[in-house]
Design a protein. Structure first.
Length: 356
């Protein structure tokens, strides 16, 4: 038996939750990862053998910074990708058949479901939103994109199963679904190790700053030094070097353990950051994302949870974080959400795989 997993290359969030799921798939089922997210990421995150078959079949969103989408560039890039995919469909189908693929899983590449339909292989969507969700608003200003949006909807609708991750957009085109909780990783609390590594005073709070691979270069990072009762750390270097920011060596510390050990995370709001804050009980101060249909759903989940704090883009960039940091400091850390959703997703995939 063999699972072929298509993963969009837009950021690392999709790849991270895929790894969380795949780590629960038994070793007697072969796993092929199809994406352009670097193999080194999966070498670090997957605790099982896998085959890496790099390819890209969608474009995600073309961004001008960590939270802003260039709509026209995104639409143009997707049109190019779809036209390219049309010429690749037969070859991709033959490639899947030659590998003896049993099940196709996609997060959230639409083309994967067209490949599944061409080969007669059953398919699973594992996600909380789709590119149709995101592009639907953008298409209102680009009538030429409507046929591509309609085709995308049909591709998703052909999936045999949706594993709907909390919190999720509606995605009404999926006919069969299984709802699961937040999908992510539970970390170990290594607070003391971080404090010792960074030589932080035991009385100070520590904040994890996650800029992601799109960066946040417009932020006045030097002003972190205004917050003398806080120390900050992260896995990505900042453009400047505030005295109270510490760069963590990824070879020494797992990111998810950092999430489980901080007193607050400060970042943009994406599914991966949202889910792992919920799972690890970490208060979350975050930026808004305009014209991104996933954001209102994630923001509502954070609001209902009671431990999320929205910072305006202007205040975020100017380091006006006083209220958010005070909120995190004065509230007890929340109880973690159950972390069994990744395993639940794996069970559903295995069930479908073994029934082939």
């Amino acid at each position: 038996m063999k699972i072929l997993y298509y993963i969009t290359s837009h950021g690392y969030g999709h790849a991270s939750r895929t790894a969380a799921i795949c780590n629960h798939i038994p070793l007697d089922i072969d796993l092929v990862i199809r994406t352009t997210v670097p193999k080194s990421f999966f070498d670090q995150e997957l605790c099982r053998p896998f085959e890496y078959a790099p390819a890209e079949f969608d474009c995600g969103c073309i961004q001008t910074d960590g939270v802003t989408v260039n709509v026209d560039a995104t639409m143009d890039a997707y049109i190019d990708a779809d036209r390219r995919n049309e010429s690749l469909l037969d070859d991709e189908a033959v490639w899947c058949k030659s590998r003896g693929v049993s099940i196709i899983v996609s997060d959230i590449v639409p083309f994967a479901f067209e490949v599944a339909g061409r080969t007669g292989i059953r398919s699973v969507a594992a996600t909380n939103f789709t590119w149709h969700t995101i592009y639907e608003e953008y298409a209102k200003q680009r009538p030429d994109f409507s046929p591509f949006l309609d085709k995308m909807r049909d591709q998703y609708a052909s999936a045999n199963l949706l594993l709907e991750m909390y919190p999720a957009n509606k995605m009404p085109y999926f006919t069969r679904r299984v709802k699961v909780g937040p999908v992510g990783r539970a970390g170990a609390n290594i607070h003391q190790r971080i404090v010792e590594e960074c030589r932080i005073s035991g009385e100070k709070k520590i904040g994890l700053i996650y800029t992601g691979n799109f960066g946040m270069d417009d932020v006045h990072w030097k002003d972190l030094e205004r917050y003398g009762d806080w120390e900050f750390f992260g896995l990505y270097p900042l453009p400047v070097s505030p005295a109270n920011f510490h760069l963590i060596d990824k070879n020494k510390f797992r990111y998810v353990d950092c999430v489980a050990s901080a007193d607050v995370m400060v970042s943009k709001l994406g599914y991966g950051t949202c889910a792992e804050c919920l799972i690890n009980g970490l208060p979350f101060a975050y930026l808004p994302r305009e014209r991104f249909a996933e954001f209102p759903v994630l923001h509502e989940a954070m609001t209902n949870w009671g431990h999320g704090y929205l910072i305006s883009k202007q205040d975020f960039n100017k380091l006006n974080w006083e209220s958010a940091l005070l909120f995190a400091k004065e509230h007890e850390k929340p109880a973690p959400f159950p972390s069994d959703a990744a395993e639940a997703c794996a069970r559903e995939i295995i069930k479908l795989c073994r029934s082939v």
